[in-house]
Each structure stands twice: as structure tokens, then as C-alpha cells.
Design a binder for this molecule. Structure first.
Ligand code: ATP
Length: 319
């Protein structure tokens, strides 16, 4: 194998650049050339492709976002677009590629593998919602960003004896809420994976107030409902001086944490090793601190599971 390509696709996540850097440096170390593909599959089809060398990736490990840009390009589900992409791979002499993104991006990678161009997927998303990996690239940074905001919100919640509903990202997964909630000492964590009863949340806050604890922070995953709506519902059960905050896209940006940089570096180098072994159609994960891989097909049939022990832990610690 002489030349590989790399693209980032779907939602951006801190640590994607660290993964691109690791793929590039590992491949160069093994005598393989690397081409960056801008704008995910859209750039592949358009031929927006350029050579990556050591200098190009030298200063990107600390940068958030993705310097290869990302794009949604649903047209890539059609075979005509895939064949157009393959023409570009042929033109640039790219024999295999690494795809960083979520499960949509893996679908694209699997199609290319089926056409004879091995693709290895790396899980790049802040949501941590990909099966067969304990952590995705970007999740740790997003949790720390949310935590920083939660700590600040607690200061003002305490000063004014308020109840704050803090909405965090995660799409349909409660992982960011669970991790940021436990780390931030949340009084309640509300996630899509667990049914909640707003009357019970109100009762909990009331009990706390009677015991002299006059402020609360409720961490709400966006997959449940929006914070203002939750605040309105909660206010029907008493005057808790409720305020709501939606953290939003700040959680997607920022310099990647050390954990995300290390995870991205490990996974990037591993992806190159798998390609060198002639493997394709695989998604890399980290399970029990070991690098693993699974068939992309198997991922599509499974569902990510949040660590519900964190939910139980938080209930024990806060009730
Ligand atoms: P995230 O979960 O962070 O949004 P994702 O990779 O799941 O990441 P998607 O928008 O679902 O994000 O997919 C990214 C890109 O992958 C799409 O824009 C499209 O180009 C390609 N893609 C998605 N689904 C398919 C498919 N069924 N076949 C081929 N390509 C696909």
C-alpha cells in the first residue's frame, strides 16, 4: 500500500485533528503517503484532495474542530455518487482510507470497502453514541466544557438560591449528562435512557430545601426535552426560582482534552496498522482500555448503551 486518504465527516468533534495527525504521521513513518480529503464525502466526489505532509499536521493536535472541514452530503448514499468518489480515488492513486465520524460516515466507508477500497472508521463525535466503544473522540472534551459551565452556574444558583435546569448535548444519548452530572454534583440527572417523573424531581428539591439546601442543579439531556420546557413544567409543582440554560454548541468546540488527544492518537495509528494488514469495513473502538475493532455492519445492528451505573451512583449521592 503506497497511498491512503483521510476524511472527517458528520458533526465535528474536538480531537478529530489529533486523529488526522496520528494517521498522517504513522503512515509516513511506515512509508505510506497520505492525502487529506476536504468536506467529507462531498469533497471526495468533488476531488477536493491534497497531500498531507509532516508540516501540514505539525500544529494541529491542540486545535478543536476539523481542519479538513466536515459536510453533510446525503447524496453519497447513492451508488452514482460512490462511483464518482471512486473515480477520484483512482485519479489520486488512493488505495484505502480512514474515515472519522459517526455511523452515517461508517455507512459511506463500508460502501467504499465493498467497491474495493478498504476503509477504517474512527468514532468522532461528542455524543459518545457509537456502539462497541466505551468512548468516542471528542466526548471527554465536551464533558469538561459542560462541567466548566455547570460549576459556574452552581455559583450563581447558590448565591440566589435558585434551581437551574442545564441542558447538555448528546442527541439521543445521555452520556454527556451522566458524566457532567456526576462530576458536577448534580442534584438530578434526566436522560432519555431513564423514565422520569417531574413530581418526584419536585419532591426531591422540596426535601432538600426543607433540609436547608436551597439551590439545585438539574442536568437535562437534550434528547429528553428542552430546558425551558422542563423549567415550565417543574414550576407547576412549586416556586423553586427556576432558571434554564441551554449550553449548546460551545460543547462541540475548544481545544481537545489530553484524554481525547491520546485516544485520537492511539486510534489513528491503529487504523493505519489495520489498513496495512489489508483490513477494511471495520470500526475502531476502545473497550476496557484496549483498542478493538468490529465490522461496521455489526455496529449498524447494535445500539450504544450508556453507563447506567453512573445514574444509580448519582441517585445514591444526591438523595
Ligand atoms: P454525527 O453522528 O456526528 O452526525 P455521522 O457520521 O453519523 O456523524 P451523518 O450526517 O449521518 O453523520 O453522515 C455523515 C455523512 O456520511 C453523510 O453526510 C453522507 O455523506 C455519508 N452517509 C451517511 N449515510 C450514508 C449511507 N447510508 N451510505 C453512504 N454514505 C452515507
Amino acid at each position: 500500500m503506497k497511498r491512503i486518504g483521510i476524511l472527517t465527516s458528520g458533526g465535528d468533534a474536538p480531537g478529530m485533528n489529533a486523529a488526522v495527525r496520528a494517521v498522517t504521521l504513522k503512515a509516513l513513518h511506515e512509508g505510506i503517503e497520505v492525502y487529506g480529503i476536504n468536506y467529507g464525502y462531498a469533497g471526495l466526489v468533488a476531488g477536493d484532495i491534497f497531500q498531507l505532509d509532516k508540516d501540514t499536521v505539525l500544529d494541529i493536535i491542540q486545535r478543536g474542530g476539523t481542519f479538513l472541514y466536515s459536510a453533510r452530503y446525503p447524496e453519497f448514499a447513492q451508488e452514482s455518487a460512490q462511483l464518482a468518489g471512486i473515480k477520484q480515488l483512482e485519479k489520486f492513486g488512493i488505495e484505502a482510507l480512514v474515515v472519522i465520524g459517526g455511523d452515517g460516515s461508517y455507512h459511506g466507508g463500508l460502501r467504499l470497502t465493498e467497491h474495493g477500497y478498504n476503509a477504517i472508521g474512527l468514532p468522532g463525535t461528542i455524543d459518545n453514541d457509537i456502539p462497541y466503544t466505551d468512548f468516542t473522540i471528542g466526548f471527554d472534551t465536551a464533558v469538561n466544557t459542560a462541567l466548566d459551565a455547570i460549576d459556574k452556574i452552581r455559583d450563581t444558583a447558590a448565591s440566589h438560591e435558585r434551581t437551574f435546569i442545564v441542558e447538555v448535548m448528546g442527541r439521543n444519548a445521555g452520556d454527556i449528562a451522566l458524566w457532567a452530572g456526576v462530576a458536577g454534583g448534580a442534584e438530578e440527572i434526566i436522560i432519555p435512557e431513564k423514565k422520569f417523573d417531574i413530581a418526584q424531581v419536585a419532591a426531591h428539591i422540596n426535601t432538600d430545601r426543607q433540609a436547608g439546601r436551597k439551590h439545585s442543579v438539574v442536568i437535562l439531556a437534550e434528547g429528553v426535552m428542552h430546558a425551558p420546557e422542563f423549567a415550565e413544567e417543574l414550576s407547576k409543582f412549586g416556586d423553586f426560582h427556576v432558571r434554564s440554560t441551554v449550553l449548546g454548541h460551545v460543547q462541540r468546540g475548544g481545544a481537545p482534552s489530553a484524554r481525547d488527544r491520546v485516544l485520537a492518537s492511539k486510534m489513528g495509528a491503529y487504523a493505519v496498522e489495520l489498513l496495512m494488514q489489508g483490513k477494511g469495513g471495520l470500526a475502531v473502538g476502545i473497550e476496557n482500555n484496549e483498542l478493538t475493532y468490529h465490522k461496521m455492519d455489526d455496529l449498524f445492528d447494535s445500539k450504544h448503551k450508556a453507563d447506567m451505573s453512573l445514574y444509580d451512583l448519582n441517585s445514591d449521592l444526591s438523595h
